[in-house]
Design a protein around this ligand. Structure first.
Ligand SMILES: [Mg+2]
Length: 262
């Protein structure tokens, strides 16, 4: 794994430490910091299906079936395409995350942004999204200056293999790169699989629930058949039938609640 880099800059050999506290916050991006199901998930889903149809020469129904299979098996469509179809990760990510007009659709809670400013400790983005997309989101939402670094999917390789979330080895590697024990890290995340893996290596976990089931917009996003949400599938956000999985240390609906965590 490469050294975490500050948003929009080259690698930071110091690890980006700007705070005296040993607490390290690891923030997921999509549906944790912003309403990704409104801004990006629909177009991404459609682009992935189109990519598979075009590059693999398969029917749309088979593309959809394979995406389901790779998601459930690997936690990411990309891993299945790399392992079983020889797809180049950089090509796939570039083709499926173009998102024209993305900035106009992005939105987040102003209270969440204010809470991030007040939160003590080092703060990093840890996302399975590509770096270019991540930097666009952070810039548009005026969040880039609030983080010490970005760990995107391009940074999550170990021994020549992609190891994105929910790979527990990658979480352990992140802590080592940041020169802290996993127990000093708090993962703030909307997906249960990622919390489970982080907890397994000793990190604390916070389940961000603001955007689950479209609560932020006041309607269910899973039923969308047109517009920006076309093609979006609710299973991809990690809605868990159990209200309190044991690997979840805290549940929040606002980043303001992080200010009260002990
Ligand atoms: Mg997420």
């Amino acid at each position: 794994m490469t050294t975490p880099r500050p948003p929009g800059t080259s690698a930071d050999p110091s690890g980006g430490c700007r705070s005296s506290t040993r607490r390290v916050w690891l923030f997921d991006l999509d549906n944790t910091l912003h309403d990704a199901s409104h801004a990006a998930f629909g177009p991404t889903s459609v682009a992935m299906n189109d990519y598979m149809v075009g590059e693999l020469g398969i029917e749309p129904t088979e593309a959809s079936r394979l995406r389901d299979f790779y998601w459930s098996r690997y936690g990411a469509t990309l891993l299945g395409l790399v392992r079983h179809h020889g797809v180049k990760a950089a090509h796939f990510l570039a083709q499926t995350h173009r998102h024209p007009g993305l900035e106009d659709r992005l939105r987040m809670s102003h209270h969440d942004r204010a809470a991030l400013k007040r939160l003590h400790g080092r703060k990093y983005i840890v996302t399975n999204a590509p770096r270019d997309y991540t930097l666009r989101v952070l810039a548009a939402l005026r969040l880039a200056d609030l983080f010490d670094g970005v760990i995107s999917i391009e940074d999550m390789s170990m021994f020549g293999h992609l190891r994105p979330k929910p790979d527990a080895r990658m979480f352990r590697c992140i802590a080592a790169q940041l020169k802290v024990q996993p127990s000093s890290c708090i993962l703030v995340e909307d997906m249960r699989e990622n919390q489970k893996a982080a907890r397994r290596v000793g990190m604390r976990t916070v389940w961000m629930q603001r955007y689950l089931e479209g609560r932020f917009r006041g309607h269910l996003r899973g039923g969308a058949t047109s517009g920006f949400n076309a093609g979006f599938r609710p299973r991809e956000v990690g809605v868990h039938p159990c209200p309190s999985p044991r690997y979840v240390c805290a549940k929040i609906r606002s980043l303001q609640q992080l200010l009260t965590l002990g």
